[in-house]
Unconditional design. Sequence first.
Length: 512
Amino acid sequence: MNDFWKGQEKNVVIHKDGKMNIVESMERWAFDNSTMNQVALSFEDEKGKIEEYSYKEFFVKVNQFSNLLKEKGIKKGDRVALFLPKCPEIYFCFLGAIKAGAIAMPMFEAFQSEGLELRLERGDARFLVTNKELLERYKKIEHKLKFLKEIFVVDSGDFKKELNKKQKYFDTVLLDKFDTCVMMFTSSTSGTPVAGIQLPHYGLVQQNYTARLVLDLNKGDSYWCTAHPAWVTGAIYGVLAPLSVGCSVFVVGGRFDAKHWINFMKKNKISKIYTAPTVLRLIKQDIHKDDFKHVKRLCSVGEALPESISEFYKKRGINIIDTYWQTEIGAIVIANLKHKKGALGKAVGVNIKVRDGMMIIEKPWPSMMTGIHKHEKMFKDYFDGKWFKTNDLASVDKGGNFYFYGRKDDMIKTSGERVSPLEIENILLEREEVKEVAVVGIPDEVRGSIIKAFVVLNSGFDESEKLKEELGLFVKSKYAGHAYPKIVEFVSSLPKNNAGKIVRMKLREDKR
Ligand code: AMP
């Protein structure tokens, strides 16, 4: 690591022998007189019920969960899958697992049984933390997942009783700094559509730095990150980075509701926000003068930030700062701190170049992924010598400002969430009616992109509106509620290249 990052190590807890565990950098605020009684987590559910934990209270829960895992035989490097909606438990179980030396593996609640099975199996999960409602999806696949050692159901009486009986202190398991703390499932179009990206403890050096510099987080700030912890933004900048700085993290649960969310922001006098363009678009109509009175910094990530959105918020007195990074990178690496019109911004802490139209980053940097679980070749393919390939197309001007053009591969971003077309295609191919299928993202005013499936039917099956609907529902109910084709079009053939590979780009261009 270069001298700059070595210099940043002082802001997180690293032991003299180089060992660390990121949870120590967060728990330090529970022992500090100025922060121990400050809110660490304030959670409001969709009905408006609030659960609030001070730093002291929050880390009691973290420790109790670490103790529970220890009693159940957790070992260093075991993977703990967290399959939960936003709720206080997902936050303290996340950290409790890491504190006990395990790897936290959050999974989005919209996954149905097949999406869940794929991730539990690919990730070699040993423990599963879920709730009564989501447990039903697990039950359908239980017989295939014998490797799971223990399941915790956080809204069951047993779990609560057992947890409360546990010791309030736990001796942190210290690890090598490049050991994995979090494994994020993300989608790709190479190797496998779903893979576990391993992020190291040492990444906190960069995550803490960028949280202070870009998100402007300071001790005591009331901060809101709208992403679910199963997406990298929600894990890194929704949990780890803000708690390492000593912020009060505010979370609103349940489905998106513009009025509720705006009210939540006002009521809690949120001063710093990290969100996605889709959210900014969806709340637009419900915004009134002065709603952003308390907001001092508003940052955006995950998809292109349209000029019209920036302008809209500017008129209401707030300049949005666009930021860029991806799961594999592990921390913000570009930020538009100077509000350059139409730009992603400038590189932060790393050296980024554009080669053949694609952004490449010079390695190493602290938060860079250290591997892809069980996919060594796929991991290697990301690198060309000392350069990491982002797969994102951009240009850069003389002043070092980057301008984003899109993905080099076929990855779809819908509502800021990354979806591999292969994942959806594989599910649709399970249907007897479907002979061939190609899935693409098409531009959408609100969601950035929506998913569209081009389907060639097997002979003997007729095209109908009913079948279109059935195919969409099939993906929704079987695989993932958030990543199903909203549009289905029947075609007689799909465009292919000489090697017989489907050219999705052609469908995106021709068939909008
Ligand atoms: P994820 O790994 O799910 O965070 O997705 C990362 C991808 O989201 C990147 O590779 C980009 O394609 C896209 N992305 C992230 N930030 C931005 C941004 N500010 N503008 C446009 N696209 C973005």
